[in-house]
Write a new protein. Structure first.
Length: 439
């Protein structure tokens, strides 16, 4: 565990691995030696607060005994069995999910992660509806495969849409902080964007539109929380035009907002729910598509043209059962709602006292600080985010950033004391950013 091993790990990593989303040269990864709870350590013994839960998926932290033991038990029985066979962990997890999901939901199709979940949601929506167009927001990310990449709205879609898979339509969604029009209130913002969506549905011909896909809370694009009435209005439009509503809960699900699913903070029921990340907290890859009773009934007499070798992998399902039980047995969602108030209060105070903080958004333990060069003009400090992330990392605060946003989404098991200690580091770094900006 010494310097020699650290250098070997780093050298081999940089020599043999292709790292996602970056130019491969000039990378400086942390060589991680071990992790526990809300922390991980490098080979020099330095401790880091895991303040973005890795990729907002380590919801129950590192080294969770219950999840580890569940995987080991399943491993002793069998590690893998093909999807054509029934296995306790896959059937039991599906049952538990449907029992916790909204009352209109009926069945689960398991996948290996978020992108595959969204890919298969598109296939299911098109087959069930007999229509092919899929609406999704420009301010979204749903994965990087050909299907989920085209479903995504942000710039990460560009590689996937050359040439385009076809049938993917983007629309604008509300972003309260960056609205150019001076609206009176959130209700008026929602009304404006719902009218835009209505017009676009008409222009694209509703008889061709299979589904509208949305993240209830847009995740890596800045934890963008929709204004009051917006999601409810989208649901009404979908009902009016016989369009499926697909809610992507890959990042927002499993307690991140203090509810099982982020959409439960609003008065809606989707037709399709996709999930991943927090279902196993990264211990074993798993995702899935939850479908309504109507869609499930459709497949009683129609072939499901979706398939994966590792569909409902027994080890992953064992991890999922243990994680789901842990959330409820330990009252994790209640804990998140309680600590979410502490996080919100602290971040709002940062917005008030730091010149570089333009907006603080949070719901539960899902937050973003949007940095700005000028609070009046709201000019984003996008070019400074890598520098800020590095300053935080130097002080033992590991986080992710995108655009002009720092994403703050710690493991849901974090204590109040740990949260406040980590936020002191963030406060210190923001003072540095303030002073650098003045220069």
């Amino acid at each position: 565990m010494g310097k020699g091993l650290k250098e070997e790990v780093l050298n081999d990593d940089l020599r043999y691995n292709l790292r996602p989303w970056v130019v491969q040269t000039n990378q400086n990864p942390i060589a991680v030696s071990h992790a526990k709870g809300v922390f991980f350590w490098d080979y020099d013994g330095k401790r880091y607060f895991d303040m973005s839960s890795q990729l907002v998926n380590s919801n129950l932290g590192h080294g969770n005994k219950e999840i580890n033991e569940a995987i080991k038990k399943q491993l002793d029985d069998f590690a893998y069995i093909a999807p054509a066979h029934a296995a306790y962990t896959r059937s039991n997890l599906a049952k538990k999910l449907i029992e916790k999901a909204p009352s209109n939901m009926a069945k689960v199709f398991f996948t290996c992660g978020g992108a595959e979940s969204n890919d298969n949601a598109v296939l299911i929506a098109r087959a069930f509806s007999g229509k092919y167009k899929i609406f999704s927001s420009y301010r979204s990310y749903h994965g990087s495969t050909i299907g989920s990449g085209n479903l995504s709205g942000d710039a990460r879609r560009f590689a996937a849409e050359r040439p385009s898979a076809g049938g993917f339509i983007k629309f604008l969604t509300p972003y309260i902080y960056r609205e150019k029009i001076k609206f009176k209130n959130e209700k008026d913002i929602s009304k404006y964007y719902l009218e835009l969506l209505y017009d676009q549905i008409i222009a694209e011909d509703p008889s061709n539109i299979a589904a509208v896909t949305l993240e209830a809370i847009a995740g890596t694009n800045g934890v963008i929380i929709p204004p009051k009435g917006y999601l409810e209005g989208v649901r009404k439009l979908c009902d009016e035009f016989n369009i499926l509503l697909h809610i992507d809960e890959v990042m927002g699900g499993f307690g991140r907002t203090g509810r099982l699913f982020a959409f439960e903070n609003f008065d809606i029921k989707p037709d399709i729910i996709t999930f991943a990340k927090g279902i196993t907290c990264g211990y074993v890859p798993l995702g899935g598509v939850i479908v309504s009773k109507d869609i499930a009934n459709f497949y009683d007499t129609n072939q499901l043209l979706c398939g994966l070798t590792y569909n409902a992998h027994p080890l992953a399902c064992a991890a999922g059962i243990a994680a789901l039980d842990y959330y409820y047995d330990r009252y994790i969602f209640k804990h998140v709602r309680k600590l979410g108030k502490v996080l919100k209060q602290t971040l709002v105070s940062f917005e008030k006292k730091h010149k570089s903080v333009g907006d603080a958004r949070s719901i539960g333990l899902f937050a973003a600080l949007e940095l700005t060069a000028d609070k009046r003009t709201k000019k984003p400090l996008s070019d400074k985010i890598p520098h800020v992330i590095n300053l935080l990392r130097q002080r033992g605060f590991a986080a992710i950033g995108r655009g002009s946003n720092i994403i703050i989404a710690p493991p849901l098991i974090i204590t109040k004391e740990e949260l406040l200690e980590a936020l002191e580091i963030l406060d210190e770094v923001l003072y540095i950013v303030d002073s650098e900006h003045e220069k």
